[in-house]
Design a protein around this ligand. Sequence first.
Ligand SMILES: Nc1ncnc2c1ncn2[C@@H]1O[C@H](COP(=O)(O)OP(=O)(O)OP(=O)(O)O)[C@@H](O)[C@H]1O
Length: 289
Amino acid sequence: MKLVIQDLCKTYANGVKALDHLSLEVSNGMFGLLGANGAGKSSLMRTLATLQEADSGSVFLGEIDILKYPTELRKVLGYLPQEFGVYPKITAKQLLDHLAILKGISHKKERAELVRYLLHKVNLYDKRNKAVKGFSGGMKQRIGIAQALIGNPKLIIVDEPTAGLDPGERNRFHNLLADAAEDVIIILSTHIVEDVRELCQHMAIMNKGKLICQGKPQSVIDELEDKVWQKLIERNELETYTNMYKVISNKMVGGKPLIHVLSDQIPGEGFLQVSPTLEDVFFAKTNII
Ligand SMILES: Nc1ncnc2c1ncn2[C@@H]1O[C@H](COP(=O)(O)OP(=O)(O)OP(=O)(O)O)[C@@H](O)[C@H]1O
């Protein structure tokens, strides 16, 4: 199954061009979409989830023309939005049961079995009778994934799923996603570079409504091989360095800026060549420091 996006455009009423002639092909497995705040990721995710309309362009999931026939897409879509709202007081089991009814699973016994299966899968069976409202961020996200898996989706969209999760919860969430990714397309939209590095077979970087880079994470990293240099400088030197070199990032280390500079040769005294990371790629492509 392939998701084929062609020439997708969306301009909001305020004139912001959130999707600017965007084209992309995604195959089965986990696909990471990286972008800074405001890059247009959620606009793309919402369009793919048929929650908002595009101005022009086309999107096909296999044979389904999803912009023309959104209901067909919804039958095979699992969606975990940025904010997964839950009903007050409802338990994990009731919530999944309710959502399964909404997804058209009307047979009571079948639904009960599915809910039990999902609760085990996301490791929340022991908490099945607890109110979801009192769940931690990670537990809520796991319930979010459980509901996204109802009805054997072919396309699963997860929008910024690990923001605010502690490392343990994030790992559990990653394992769940990786587990679900067989035979399905999962699109993971995030600004957390490490999530993409660790999880995704393919990726793209979005900026101002356009795709500015795509490929396998390791291939895009390899493009910067031998080109990234680092130096620990004084805080008052930062402006000079930024003017002199192509500084792609600066990070405080022990109170001093550690800068990464892009250059084909050693940029100057005191620079050390380092292996490029996906974060370097992200900063080099988006030019946001
Ligand atoms: N409903 C809307 N009306 C007007 N402008 C909008 C609307 N939704 C988003 N935008 C603008 O469109 C641009 C893209 O926003 P979008 O939410 O798609 O980006 P994003 O990459 O998901 O960002 P974030 O990581 O902050 O969620 C931003 O400039 C945003 O302010």
